[in-house]
Design a protein. Structure first.
Length: 594
C-alpha cells in the first residue's frame, strides 16, 4: 500500500473495523442501559468494568452462562466437558457472548470467528457422544489467541495498514494446529500494539485496548488484547507471545497468571511475518495467560505432549516432565533470590512495597530469601543489549511507513524513554558507532536497518558475545548462591496511564537470558501499597507516578528459573502462590451445579 494518502488508509481501516463488528450478533450488542453509568471518554476516565458487573447488568448471558464463565477453573471446565456435565457448544457460546461484550467495552478483539467456533464445538460434542472419548486433553475448551497467530481463512494484519491487503491466511501457525489436534476450540484473535514493541496495545487499524480494571490504564502489550479479554473472563485461557515481556506485562497489568516459557519449547513457527527471519536476536516465546495458575501447566503439558517438533522444525523435541519426574528443586524451604531494583530503572512505591510484602510472607513461611545486588542482576545491561539487537531489524518500522500511517503515541514515547537512560558503556558498547556504511544504506537494506548487511552482522556478533558473558555471569550467581528460583518485580510499575508504560527491563532480562518466567497476581493496590515516593534521578527512566489513579490496580510478582526448567518454574510458582494467595491446586473454589 505504498504511497497511500491519509484519507485512503482511514477509509480502509473503517471498512476493516466494520467487517469485524458485523460478526458480533445483534442479539449480543450491549443495551444502552448497561453502559449508562460509564464515565466518558472511557480511555481517559476511571471505570472499573469488572466491579460494575456490566455483563450481568446487560442481561445478555443466562444464569448458566454466567456460572460457566465465572465459577470454573480451566481444570474444572475440562473435567465437566469430558464428563458431559457441560457441552462444548454451551461453553463456547457463553465465552463468545462474553468476548463480544469485552470487545464493545475494551476493544480487545481483532478477528472474530464465533460461528466457526460453534460449528467446531458441535462437532466435538458429537464425537464425544459417538466415541465415548474426548478428542484430546483440551477437548471442547475455548481458547483465544493473539493476532500474530495465523488461522487458515482468517486475516492476520498485526495492526498494520500495509497488511490490510494481504487477505486471509492460507495456513495455520504450528501452535494452532497443535491446539486443534488436542481438542481446543479457537474463537477469536486479540489486539496488539503497532510494531508489537510497546506495552500499549494500540494501533491505527484496531485502536486501543483498555484495561477492564481501570479503563484509563494500559492493558499492557504486546499481548494486551489477551490480557483484557481474559481479565474480563471473555476467555478461560489465552495464548500470547513474548520477546521482552509481552505475555507477562498484560498479565501484571490485568491481574492474571502468565508464563513465558523457554524459547522454542512451545512451537512458534508460521507466525504472521514481522521481522527479518535471517536476523537472530532475542528469540520470542509463545505461552499462556489465565485466571488460574494450574491452567498454565495444563496448556504446557497438552502442547508438549503432542510433540510439536513433528510439525515445527524450530520447536524443541523435549517432552513435558510431569510432577513425579521433577528433581527436588521444589523442596521446602525454597532458597529464593530477590532481584534488586536497578538504579537506572527505579521502582514505583507500589511495586517496591509489594515485593517487600511478598518477601516477608515467604520468610515467615520458612523460605530463605537471598538478596541479590543490582550488579548481579544485570537488568540494565541486558536491556541495553537486547534493544540494540532489536534496533538492527527495521522491518516493522518500514511496514508502518509503507502503509502511510502515523506512529501511535506509545511508539513516539518509547523513543524518548530510551534516550533518557545513561547506559554504562563499559559493560555494553554502543554498537551503532560501528557503522561502516552511509546512512542511506539503511533504507537500501530492505527489511534490515542500522546500516548494510556487513555492518549489522558485525554489530550483532558483538551483542551475542555480550549476551554469552551475561548468561555466564548469571550461571555463576545461580550456582554460587544455590538458588531454586528468583523472585522480583515484573515491571517498574503497575498498569499506568496509556502511552506511559515506557521500558520493560524487568521482563526483558529473562528473554535475553532465555530463562522461563512467570507472573503471579498478588492482590490490588491499597493506600498502604501506594505510600512512598518515586525518585527518578538524572540518567534513569520510569513512568510518572500518579498515585491518585493507581488505587485498585492489580499487583504482582515475577518468578524465574534457569533455561529449560519451565516445569520447576511452575512448580515453584505454585508453592509461592499458595503462600501469597492461599489458592489450592486448581486456583478456584468448588463449583456448585446449576
Amino acid at each position: 500500500m505504498a504511497g497511500v494518502d491519509s484519507q485512503a488508509w482511514k477509509t480502509r481501516v473503517a471498512e476493516k473495523r466494520r467487517q469485524r463488528d458485523d460478526l458480533i450478533p445483534k442479539a449480543w450488542r450491549l443495551p444502552s442501559s448497561a453502559v449508562q453509568d460509564l464515565k466518558q471518554p472511557l480511555e481517559t476516565s476511571r471505570n472499573n468494568l469488572i466491579e460494575l458487573d456490566i455483563v450481568r447488568r446487560s442481561g445478555l448471558l443466562t444464569a448458566r452462562e454466567l456460572h460457566i464463565t465465572e465459577a470454573y477453573s480451566v481444570s474444572q471446565l475440562l473435567q465437566a466437558l469430558r464428563s458431559e456435565e457441560l457441552t462444548s457448544l454451551e461453553v463456547t457460546v457463553a465465552y463468545c457472548k462474553r468476548a463480544a461484550i469485552a470487545q464493545q467495552l475494551t476493544s480487545c478483539l481483532t478477528e472474530i470467528f464465533f460461528q466457526e467456533a460453534q460449528e467446531r464445538a458441535r462437532h466435538l460434542d458429537n464425537t464425544l457422544r459417538e466415541r465415548g472419548q474426548p478428542v484430546g486433553p483440551l477437548h471442547g475448551l475455548p481458547i483465544s489467541i493473539k493476532d500474530s497467530f495465523q488461522v487458515r481463512g482468517v486475516e492476520a494484519t498485526l495492526g498494520f495498514v500495509d497488511y490490510l491487503d494481504h487477505g486471509p491466511s492460507q495456513e495455520n501457525s504450528c501452535l494452532v494446529d497443535v491446539l486443534l489436534a488436542q481438542g481446543a476450540v479457537l474463537f477469536c484473535k486479540t489486539n496488539i500494539p503497532q510494531t508489537l514493541m510497546t506495552a500499549d496495545s494500540d494501533n491505527n487499524v484496531f485502536g486501543r485496548t483498555l484495561n477492564p480494571w481501570n479503563t484509563s490504564l494500559t492493558a499492557g502489550g504486546s499481548s494486551g488484547g489477551e490480557g483484557a479479554l481474559v481479565a474480563f473472563r471473555g476467555s478461560p485461557l489465552g495464548v500470547g507471545t513474548d520477546v521482552a515481556g509481552s505475555i507477562r506485562i498484560p498479565s501484571l497489568c490485568c491481574g492474571l497468571y502468565g508464563l513465558k516459557p523457554t524459547a522454542s519449547r512451545v512451537p512458534y513457527g508460521k507466525q504472521a511475518p514481522l521481522g527479518d527471519p535471517g536476523l537472530h536476536t532475542v528469540t520470542a516465546s509463545a505461552g499462556p495467560l489465565s485466571h488460574d495458575l494450574n491452567a498454565l501447566e495444563i496448556f504446557m503439558q497438552a502442547v508438549l505432549d503432542a510433540r510439536p517438533a513433528l510439525l515445527d522444525a524450530t520447536a524443541l523435541d523435549i517432552p513435558w516432565r510431569h510432577a513425579s519426574t521433577i528433581p527436588p528443586t521444589t523442596k521446602q524451604p525454597l532458597r529464593l533470590g530477590l532481584l534488586a531494583e536497578d538504579p537506572l530503572f527505579p521502582l514505583h512505591p507500589t511495586v517496591r512495597n509489594t515485593l517487600a510484602e511478598a518477601a516477608d510472607r515467604l520468610r515467615r513461611a520458612g523460605h530463605e530469601i537471598v538478596p541479590l545486588t543490582s550488579q548481579e542482576g544485570l537488568v540494565a545491561p541486558s536491556y541495553d543489549a537486547a534493544f540494540q539487537m532489536f534496533g538492527l531489524d527495521r522491518t516493522a518500522m518500514n511496514t508502518v511507513a509503507r502503509g502511510g500511517e502515523p506512529f501511535v503515541g506509545s511508539i513516539v514515547a518509547s523513543r524518548g524513554v530510551m534516550r533518557e537512560v545513561q547506559w554504562d558503556r563499559t559493560v555494553v558498547p554502543d554498537t551503532r558507532t560501528m557503522r561502516k556504511k552511509k546512512e542511506e544504506e539503511e533504507e537500501e537494506g530492505g527489511n534490515g536497518g542500522g546500516g548494510g548487511t556487513e555492518d549489522r552482522l558485525g554489530r550483532l556478533a558483538v551483542l551475542h558475545v555480550k549476551r554469552a558473558e551475561m548468561q555466564e555471569a548469571w550461571r555463576r550467581v545461580w550456582v554460587g548462591r544455590r538458588l531454586d528460583a528468583v523472585v522480583g518485580p515484573g515491571a517498574q510499575s503497575t498498569a499506568v496511564e496509556h502511552d506511559q508504560y515506557g521500558a520493560a527491563p524487568y521482563t526483558g532480562l529473562w528473554n535475553f537470558l532465555d530463562y522461563p518466567a512467570c507472573v503471579l497476581p498478588f492482590g490490588r493496590a491499597t493506600k498502604a501499597h501506594l505510600s512512598g515516593t518515586f525518585e527518578k534521578k538524572a540518567g534513569s527512566t520510569g513512568p510518572a507516578y500518579n498515585l491518585d489513579n493507581l488505587q485498585g490496580a492489580p499487583l504482582s510478582i515475577q518468578i524465574s528459573t534457569t533455561r529449560m526448567r519451565d516445569e520447576e518454574c511452575l512448580a515453584i510458582a505454585k508453592v509461592i502462590d499458595e503462600c501469597l494467595n492461599g489458592r489450592g491446586q486448581n486456583g478456584s473454589v468448588k463449583v456448585a451445579k446449576i
